[in-house]
Write a protein that binds this ligand. Structure first.
Ligand code: KG4
Ligand code: ZN
Length: 333
């Protein structure tokens, strides 16, 4: 039997999880409310909150899984990419825990872990599969050949998809993080009410900065004629924006599927919680006869279960790191 403790602290969620023989037995997420009033994550405040939350989160994860801390066989932690000060807290904790208990230490790449969240529950995709990873910091199409053999086929050249949602929300005077709110209002609106451009970017890369500018100009233009424009049309604006972000993402995914011939198609990362993206991907999957894989909501946004399950796969092949390990703010898949 192998019991893995997973630790995630790359951005603004402090999370701990226990994985027993590949099965997730607990997944505790301490969300940091402190950032909302600043309209975005404040790195120094995030590090401090991680420092406060990490021990209680781990204690809770151990207790929820009904194990004793001495039963843990290895500790897996997010080494990167992410905010350096945040990563340092999880890394230092994981190293200390491993040293104190004399157990192996396992590094995990956060972007790989978002993809490996598909191995938490059934049905699981089979290799090779394509994964569209969409979060607050990344937008990538990855060809997943094996657990830790991944090829980046395309990525954003400016903003990430999550940033596009969050920056739109800011223009619409919605609080941070705006993605879930845009999603909520979009469900009540008409997605064809406002026309927004689809950028023409070569290959499998993405761009979202032009869309953000188009939304700003569109709102400013309407507000000149009607100062109550946003209050009156919030649902339609959100639905139109969401529809465009989703079409940008799925058109590239369709292209990647065509070019590679791969039929197992997955999404991962915080934006994969988006209801419009989930529904459109399912519809596209039916049309093109894909096997579509969408993570449970709790495994879309940042969580330690995905770190623990990735750690379990590394534990099986004894892929461990030494006590001289340090976090990486940038680290590709
Ligand atoms: O993966 P994640 O939790 O953190 C990063 O690693 O970045 O992703 C967070 C991002 C934020 O930009 C948030 O607004 C977005 O995911 N997000 C959503 C939804 N839920 C979270 N965007 C659109 N619709 C949602 N339902
Ligand atoms: Zn993430």
């Amino acid at each position: 039997m192998a019991i893995i403790l997973g630790i995630e602290s790359s951005c603004d969620e402090t999370s701990a999880s226990i994985c027993i023989d590949g099965t997730i037995c607990s997944n505790v997420i301490a969300t940091q409310a402190v950032h909302a009033k600043f309209g975005g994550v404040v790195p120094e405040l995030a590090s401090r909150a991680h420092q406060q939350n990490i021990i209680p989160a781990v204690a809770q994860a151990i207790s929820d899984a009904k194990i004793h801390k001495n039963d843990i066989d290895a500790v897996a932690f997010t080494r990167g990419p992410g905010l350096l000060g945040s990563l340092l807290v999880g890394t230092a904790f994981a190293k200390s825990f491993a040293l104190a208990r004399n157990i192996p230490l396992i590094e995990v790449n956060h972007m790989q872990a978002h993809i490996l969240a598909h191995f938490i529950d059934d049905p699981k995709p089979s290799f090779p599969f394509l994964c569209l990873t969409v979060s607050g910091g990344h937008t990538q199409i990855v060809l997943v050949k094996d657990y830790f053999d991944m090829e980046l086929l395309g990525q954003t050249i400016d903003d990430a998809a999550g940033e596009a949602f969050d920056k739109t929300a800011k223009i619409l005077n919605l609080p941070y993080p705006g993605g879930p709110l845009v999603d909520k209002y979009a469900q009540l609106g008409n997605p064809t009410a406002f026309q927004l451009p689809e950028p023409q970017i070569p290959g499998l890369n993405f761009s979202f900065s032009g869309l953000k500018t188009a939304i700003l100009y569109m709102v400013q233009k309407h507000e000149k004629e009607n100062p109550n424009f946003l209050a009156e049309h919030m649902n339609d604006v959100c639905a139109s924006v969401q529809q465009r972000i989703v079409s940008i993402l799925l058109n590239k995914l369709k292209k990647a599927a065509k070019e590679t011939g791969v039929k197992d198609i997955a999404i991962a990362g915080g934006v994969s919680a988006n209801s419009g993206l989930r529904a459109s991907l399912l519809a596209m999957g039916e049309k093109y006869k894909w096997n579509v894989f969408i993570p449970k909501f709790e495994y879309c946004t940042d969580n330690a279960a995905m770190i623990a399950v990735a750690g379990y796969q590394k534990f099986l092949v004894q892929d461990f790191v030494g006590q001289d390990i340090a976090p990486l703010a940038r680290w590709h898949v």
